[in-house]
Each structure stands twice: as C-alpha cells, then as structure tokens.
Design a protein around this ligand. Sequence first.
Ligand code: FAD
Length: 287
Amino acid sequence: MKAAAFDYLRPASLGEALALLATHKDDCKILAGGQSLVPAMNFRLARPAILIDINDLDELDHLRADAGQLKIGALTRHAAFHRPVVEGPLGTLLAKVVRHIAHYPIRQRGTFAGSLSHADPASEWCLVATTLRAEMVAKSARGERVIAASDFFHGTFTTALEPDEILAEIRLPIMTPDWRVGFYEFSRRAGDFALGMAVAAAKVEDGTIREARLGVGGVGDRAIRLGALEDQLVGTPASSDVIDSIDRIAREARGMIEPSGDIHASPEYRRDLIAASVKRALTEALA
Ligand SMILES: Cc1cc2nc3c(=O)[nH]c(=O)nc-3n(C[C@H](O)[C@H](O)[C@H](O)COP(=O)(O)OP(=O)(O)OC[C@H]3O[C@@H](n4cnc5c(N)ncnc54)[C@H](O)[C@@H]3O)c2cc1C
C-alpha cells in the first residue's frame, strides 16, 4: 500500500516548526528519520494530514558533552553512536547497543529522539534512557519542560509528549571511569527487534558496588527499571563472590516481569530470556 494523501511542510527554524505544531496539533506528525513513521503511513496505520519535516533545523543537530551530561539533539542519527561519542563507559555502552538497532541503512536515517518519541517497547534506546535515568527536553510554543525518563514512557507507542511538543534533546548522565557496563540482547535474526534484553551498570569504588543501574526491555509495554534489584547490588563486593549475587538477581528478575506471549515467544520463554539477559549483562559488567 501507499500512504494516504498528506501535506508536507519543511520549516527552516525551530520557532517556525513550533508555530506549525501549535497550529496543527493532532492533525500533524513530526517527520525525523522516517524509519518508523513512513512504514506506518504506508500500511495506513498512521494517516497524518500534515507532515512537519524537522531535518533542516540546525538547532536540533548536536551531540555534545556538557556539565556531566551527554546532550543528544533531536537530529542525532543512530549511526552517530557507531564509535564512542564520549570517553569512558557511557560511550562504550552506546557503541555496543547501537549495533543491535535495525540495519546499517536504517541507522543512517533513524534518530535517537525518534526512537524515544515512537516508544516501541522493544527499542534499545528506550531501554537505555529508562535504565540510565535520562532527561527529555520537550519544546513547544508554550515553552520548555524537562521530563524524567520514569515519567516519559506511558506505554506502547505512547509518551508524555503533547501534540504540540517536539522532543528537542535527550540528556544522559556521563559515567565516570569507575562505572562498569554490560548489555545483552536476544533477537531471532540480526537487525530484528529484541525478544528480550538487559542493560546493567555499576559504580565500583574500593572493590564494592556503590551505585547500580539495571533495566530490561522487550517484555512489556515499556522498558522496565528493576530498582529493587539495583538496591540489592549496592554494597556487594565486586569480586568473584558477585557471581552468587548475579545468579540470585537474575532469578528474581524472572519473577518481576509479566510478559505476554505472541507468535515469537511464550511468556515462560520470555521470562527465561530475561533471566539469561540480566545474568549476561551483569556478568559483562562485573565478573
Ligand atoms: C526494518 C526495521 C527494523 C528496525 N529495527 C529496530 C530495532 O531493532 N530497534 C529499534 O529501536 N528500532 C528499530 N527500527 C526503528 C528505527 O530505529 C527508527 O529509526 C526509530 O524507531 C524512529 O526514528 P526516526 O527518526 O526514524 O523517527 P520517525 O519514523 O520519523 O518518527 C517516528 C515517530 O516519532 C515522532 N517523532 C520523531 N522525532 C520526534 C521528535 N524529535 N519529537 C517528537 N516526535 C518525534 C514522529 O512523529 C513519529 O510519530 C527498525 C525500523 C525498521 C524499518
């Protein structure tokens, strides 16, 4: 199928784009990389009357470290992360994760902000943003607001963004060198969406875990931060003893999710997959 007819607008400045969004609100959709929106339009799952193409907005085309945060502008493509974009564990983690997102040509067009706005529960960037406690900067003609990742994702394809808002920037905390990171994803073929995945990070000082981040994705209506398990990791010695803790935490993670079944995997299979993903991500980070 082909998309239903639509008008195409290409603003030259952020101010112009925000004015267009304020005027057209529910009738329009922002076009970033088009890698999720255009297929949805072609299947007529999305039928926006107007597309507002943001690709000319230089104000949104940035990627920089600033005041302890990695600031990712809305036009930053997935491919920007193929090499570490910042020194240390965060850059290493993002470069590992990005290889699991779709295929090379899609990564050249699709954007980090587009993934978060689209809010697919199996999106790798949604998992990273949730687990690492990102902040989202939403702009509209009414002003600017900063939304914590914990408040941003409302469910499958649903976020806290209002129809007149653009996700202008995502801010990720930059990890100091004493953080250790791990990621594991299982999908049926390279480039497919994840059936299950986990991100783990731990700050280790004097041989002991002082802070922890643990999240899983692909098994619910949004990525899930396993805060109770993060708390259990804190205070654990990061020595060979940690293996016992990792086994226990992986078993507990299995019981903390309620996946549904589909043609790809049963709920039981997904629970096992999450336990294995948590174990592998934590082992990569700590063992
Ligand atoms: C074959 C295939 C495989 C894929 N595999 C994966 C995968 O494994 N993992 C994964 O995470 N993704 C995958 N994707 C999706 C891909 O990552 C998309 O690039 C991404 O989901 C959306 O980014 P985009 O820039 O293309 O957004 P678009 O398609 O342009 O937009 C997506 C939605 O977000 C809105 N939007 C975009 N930018 C903004 C913004 N700045 N502010 C507010 N709203 C905005 C749009 O209005 C639209 O509703 C795959 C896509 C394809 C076609």
